[in-house]
Ligand binder design. Structure first.
Ligand code: TYM
Length: 331
């Protein structure tokens, strides 16, 4: 059976981007593959969270994984820092990852631009740690959103380089995966880029948002004064609302509003009301389970302990192979 690995950083509440870009695929894949889904708490250290925040955020992601329907009986759910083997593999891969290629990674350049006062080495080698997460279990498929595509390319580069260096066919090739034809990119509410925590709270619909909060955020989304001629191309912020609608609403609903737009009969208030209601419905099954799971501390601890055990078993095997391939032999 093919192995699947993916993770989400512990930076707080999960949003629609995480859900449609990653989690929805996790849920479908758990029935078909040997799945490892983890909480990337080591990756989240690049932004220096306080110990309290870190712990709280790790728990939040575990709870939302479970609330969304990831089943610990089918998939291995673990916390990245519970599997220290990944740090060892990260070190080995770092020896063959070149500073120039790491500096050219789009995500690194974006982070440097956004926060020039915190360009730490962890940020530079972020894709190496990510490759270590994936190669640790010799995964071949990685369900992620569009923004992670380049990191998957780098994972293939590092894995292939290791294989070539040691003339060994050890690591398999790994590819980004989505059940949809293309990798998903969920836009933020402002139409200026992807939905993301660093893009601001007003831009994000969280899975835990109450219906009233969702309605408020959607109704505040920017629109224009409406089309002035039939079949006019939609401006970015309007296209954006339609893109979000394509994700949460039925094709008939999208076609209905598309027709109103194309015939200059659209009322943006109606479009946004419909979009908000469909978002409320789409998030309800997850939202309604979050609180009860969050209160069940014993269950959460059982899930992550069992996950750590299973993930370490797989990780130990890889590390033992890799040590031997590299030439670390007992005397
Ligand atoms: P993170 O926490 O930034 O994002 C987690 C997952 O959510 C997806 N995602 C989106 N998809 C579509 N549209 C959006 N607006 C959107 N925002 C986020 C991301 O593509 C991702 O799949 N580096 C990873 C965490 C990681 C990882 C790994 C993933 C660490 N090691 C190994 C896979 C395999 C990340 O950025 O997470």
């Amino acid at each position: 059976m093919e192995t699947v690995v993916s993770g989400i950083r512990s930076t707080g509440k999960l949003h629609l981007g995480n859900y449609y870009g990653a989690i929805k695929n996790f849920i479908n894949m758990q029935d078909e593959y040997n799945c490892f889904f983890f909480i990337a708490d080591l990756h989240s250290l690049t932004t220096h969270p306080t110990p309290e925040n870190l712990h709280h955020n790790v728990k939040q992601v575990v709870v939302e994984y479970l609330a969304a329907g990831i089943d610990p009986e089918k998939a291995t759910i673990y916390v990245q820092s519970d599997v220290p083997e990944v740090i060892e593999l990260y070190l080995y891969l770092n020896m063959n990852a070149y500073v120039g290629e790491l500096e050219r990674a789009t995500s690194f350049k974006d982070k440097v631009r956004a926060n020039p006062n915190n360009v730490n080495a962890g940020l530079l080698t972020y894709p190496v740690l990510m490759a270590a997460d994936i190669l640790l279990h010799k995964a071949t498929k990685v369900p992620v959103g569009k923004d992670q595509e380049q990191h998957l390319e780098m994972t293939r580069t590092f894995g292939n380089r290791f294989n070539r260096l040691y003339q060994h066919d050890y690591f398999p090739e790994t590819f980004a995966f989505s059940y949809s034809d293309n990798l998903i990119k969920i836009p933020g509410l402002d139409g200026k880029g992807k939905m993301g925590k660093s893009e601001g709270d007003a831009n994000c619909i969280y899975l835990s948002d109450k219906p009233e909060a969702i309605r408020k955020k959607v109704m505040r989304a920017v629109t224009d004064s409406g089309p002035t001629q039939e079949y006019q191309q939609k401006p970015v912020e309007i296209q954006n609302l339609f893109d979000l609608m394509t994700v949460v609403s039925t094709p008939d609903t999208v076609a209905h509003f598309d027709h109103l737009y194309n015939t200059c009969n659209i009322r943006y208030g109606d479009l946004k009301k419909q979009l908000a209601e469909d978002m409320v419905v789409a998030t309800e099954p997850v939202r309604s389970r979050i609180e009860a799971i969050a209160d069940d501390k014993a269950y959460i601890s059982r899930v992550v302990n069992l996950g750590a055990e299973k993930a370490r078993e797989s990780a130990r095997k890889t590390i033992s192979d890799v040590r031997e391939i590299i030439g670390f032999k007992p005397f």
